[in-house]
Ligand binder design. Sequence first.
Ligand code: FES
Length: 169
Amino acid sequence: MREEPTDEVNAAIAEIARRYPQPRSAALMVLHFLQERFGCLTPPLIEQAAEQLGLQPVNLYELVTFYPMFRMRPAGRWHLRLCRTLSCALAGSAELHRYLCEKLGLDPSERGPQTTPDGRVTVEFVDCLARCHQAPAALCNEEEWDRVDKGKLDEFLRRLESERGDELG
Ligand code: FES
Protein backbone atom coordinates (compact mmCIF):
# COMPACT_ATOMS: atom_id res chain seq x y z
CA MET A 1 0.00 0.00 0.00
CA ARG A 2 1.41 3.40 -0.96
CA GLU A 3 1.81 5.96 1.78
CA GLU A 4 1.76 9.00 -0.48
CA PRO A 5 -1.43 10.34 -2.04
CA THR A 6 -1.66 9.44 -5.70
CA ASP A 7 -3.44 11.41 -8.42
CA GLU A 8 -6.32 8.99 -7.99
CA VAL A 9 -6.51 9.74 -4.27
CA ASN A 10 -6.28 13.47 -4.89
CA ALA A 11 -9.12 13.18 -7.38
CA ALA A 12 -11.19 11.30 -4.80
CA ILE A 13 -10.55 14.04 -2.23
CA ALA A 14 -11.62 16.68 -4.75
CA GLU A 15 -14.77 14.68 -5.49
CA ILE A 16 -15.66 14.47 -1.77
CA ALA A 17 -14.98 18.18 -1.31
CA ARG A 18 -17.29 19.02 -4.23
CA ARG A 19 -20.26 17.63 -2.27
CA TYR A 20 -19.94 20.31 0.41
CA PRO A 21 -20.56 24.06 0.27
CA GLN A 22 -17.24 24.74 2.03
CA PRO A 23 -14.11 22.60 1.63
CA ARG A 24 -13.72 22.71 5.41
CA SER A 25 -17.05 20.89 5.79
CA ALA A 26 -15.59 17.95 3.87
CA ALA A 27 -12.70 17.51 6.31
CA LEU A 28 -14.14 14.62 8.34
CA MET A 29 -15.26 12.69 5.27
CA VAL A 30 -11.86 13.19 3.64
CA LEU A 31 -10.10 11.92 6.76
CA HIS A 32 -12.35 8.85 6.91
CA PHE A 33 -11.64 8.18 3.24
CA LEU A 34 -7.87 8.49 3.71
CA GLN A 35 -7.83 6.27 6.78
CA GLU A 36 -9.82 3.60 5.00
CA ARG A 37 -7.58 3.80 1.95
CA PHE A 38 -4.21 3.91 3.74
CA GLY A 39 -4.93 2.27 7.10
CA CYS A 40 -3.92 5.32 9.13
CA LEU A 41 -3.46 9.05 8.80
CA THR A 42 0.22 9.87 8.40
CA PRO A 43 1.52 13.46 8.48
CA PRO A 44 2.12 13.52 4.68
CA LEU A 45 -1.47 12.43 4.07
CA ILE A 46 -2.88 14.97 6.52
CA GLU A 47 -0.78 17.78 5.11
CA GLN A 48 -1.62 16.94 1.52
CA ALA A 49 -5.34 16.80 2.35
CA ALA A 50 -5.15 20.14 4.18
CA GLU A 51 -3.48 21.75 1.20
CA GLN A 52 -6.10 20.37 -1.15
CA LEU A 53 -8.93 21.61 1.07
CA GLY A 54 -7.32 25.04 1.44
CA LEU A 55 -6.84 24.53 5.19
CA GLN A 56 -3.90 24.68 7.54
CA PRO A 57 -2.58 21.26 8.61
CA VAL A 58 -3.50 22.13 12.21
CA ASN A 59 -7.17 22.24 11.16
CA LEU A 60 -6.96 18.54 10.31
CA TYR A 61 -4.57 17.54 13.09
CA GLU A 62 -7.06 18.88 15.64
CA LEU A 63 -9.75 16.59 14.21
CA VAL A 64 -7.45 13.57 14.01
CA THR A 65 -6.29 13.95 17.59
CA PHE A 66 -9.74 14.77 18.98
CA TYR A 67 -11.83 11.97 17.49
CA PRO A 68 -10.89 8.50 18.71
CA MET A 69 -11.98 6.89 15.45
CA PHE A 70 -8.94 8.36 13.72
CA ARG A 71 -5.48 6.90 14.12
CA MET A 72 -2.04 8.06 13.08
CA ARG A 73 -0.42 4.65 13.37
CA PRO A 74 -1.52 1.47 11.61
CA ALA A 75 -3.84 -0.82 13.53
CA GLY A 76 -3.83 -4.59 13.51
CA ARG A 77 -6.05 -6.54 11.19
CA TRP A 78 -8.51 -6.69 14.08
CA HIS A 79 -9.03 -3.43 15.94
CA LEU A 80 -10.93 -4.05 19.14
CA ARG A 81 -12.14 -0.98 21.02
CA LEU A 82 -13.54 -1.61 24.47
CA CYS A 83 -15.47 1.19 26.13
CA ARG A 84 -14.15 2.44 29.44
CA THR A 85 -16.77 5.13 30.20
CA LEU A 86 -19.20 5.03 33.12
CA SER A 87 -21.91 2.57 32.07
CA CYS A 88 -19.38 0.15 30.66
CA ALA A 89 -16.99 0.65 33.57
CA LEU A 90 -19.82 -0.23 35.98
CA ALA A 91 -20.56 -3.30 33.88
CA GLY A 92 -16.98 -4.55 34.19
CA SER A 93 -15.14 -3.26 31.13
CA ALA A 94 -11.86 -2.70 33.01
CA GLU A 95 -11.79 -6.39 33.95
CA LEU A 96 -12.57 -7.38 30.37
CA HIS A 97 -9.81 -5.11 29.08
CA ARG A 98 -7.34 -6.60 31.56
CA TYR A 99 -8.40 -10.14 30.65
CA LEU A 100 -8.02 -9.56 26.92
CA CYS A 101 -4.66 -7.80 27.27
CA GLU A 102 -3.28 -10.59 29.41
CA LYS A 103 -4.46 -13.24 26.95
CA LEU A 104 -2.81 -11.36 24.09
CA GLY A 105 0.41 -10.53 25.94
CA LEU A 106 -0.36 -6.79 26.02
CA ASP A 107 -0.02 -4.34 28.89
CA PRO A 108 -3.35 -4.04 30.77
CA SER A 109 -2.31 -0.68 32.23
CA GLU A 110 -1.96 0.86 28.76
CA ARG A 111 -5.11 2.75 27.78
CA GLY A 112 -4.06 3.81 24.29
CA PRO A 113 -3.98 1.52 21.29
CA GLN A 114 -1.49 -1.33 21.47
CA THR A 115 -0.88 -3.97 18.87
CA THR A 116 0.27 -7.55 19.24
CA PRO A 117 3.79 -8.18 17.86
CA ASP A 118 2.36 -10.18 14.95
CA GLY A 119 0.32 -7.13 13.91
CA ARG A 120 -2.87 -9.13 14.14
CA VAL A 121 -4.80 -7.37 16.92
CA THR A 122 -4.96 -3.81 18.22
CA VAL A 123 -6.68 -3.35 21.59
CA GLU A 124 -7.78 0.08 22.72
CA PHE A 125 -9.64 1.22 25.81
CA VAL A 126 -11.77 4.08 24.51
CA ASP A 127 -14.36 6.59 25.63
CA CYS A 128 -18.08 6.13 25.14
CA LEU A 129 -19.10 4.30 21.98
CA ALA A 130 -22.66 5.60 22.30
CA ARG A 131 -24.00 2.13 23.11
CA CYS A 132 -24.29 2.65 26.86
CA HIS A 133 -27.57 0.69 27.00
CA GLN A 134 -25.64 -2.37 25.81
CA ALA A 135 -22.81 -2.08 28.35
CA PRO A 136 -20.18 -3.30 28.30
CA ALA A 137 -19.92 -2.33 24.67
CA ALA A 138 -17.11 -2.85 22.18
CA LEU A 139 -16.38 -2.29 18.54
CA CYS A 140 -14.44 -4.90 16.60
CA ASN A 141 -13.41 -3.21 13.36
CA GLU A 142 -16.85 -1.95 12.28
CA GLU A 143 -18.88 -4.61 14.13
CA GLU A 144 -20.71 -3.58 17.30
CA TRP A 145 -20.45 -5.98 20.21
CA ASP A 146 -23.10 -5.67 22.92
CA ARG A 147 -23.00 -6.88 26.52
CA VAL A 148 -19.50 -8.21 26.10
CA ASP A 149 -18.36 -10.87 28.51
CA LYS A 150 -15.34 -13.16 28.83
CA GLY A 151 -17.14 -15.77 26.75
CA LYS A 152 -17.34 -13.33 23.84
CA LEU A 153 -13.66 -12.51 24.21
CA ASP A 154 -12.78 -16.20 24.37
CA GLU A 155 -14.76 -16.73 21.16
CA PHE A 156 -12.72 -13.95 19.55
CA LEU A 157 -9.45 -15.48 20.80
CA ARG A 158 -10.45 -18.88 19.40
CA ARG A 159 -11.17 -17.23 16.05
CA LEU A 160 -7.67 -15.73 16.07
CA GLU A 161 -6.16 -19.12 16.82
CA SER A 162 -8.13 -20.71 14.03
CA GLU A 163 -6.98 -17.98 11.59
CA ARG A 164 -3.39 -18.59 12.62
CA GLY A 165 -3.87 -22.31 12.04
CA ASP A 166 -5.34 -21.70 8.59
CA GLU A 167 -2.43 -19.44 7.62
CA LEU A 168 0.12 -22.02 8.71
CA GLY A 169 -1.73 -24.55 6.56
S1 FES B 1 -20.45 4.20 28.43
FE1 FES B 1 -19.84 2.55 27.17
S2 FES B 1 -20.87 2.87 25.34
FE2 FES B 1 -21.37 4.61 26.53
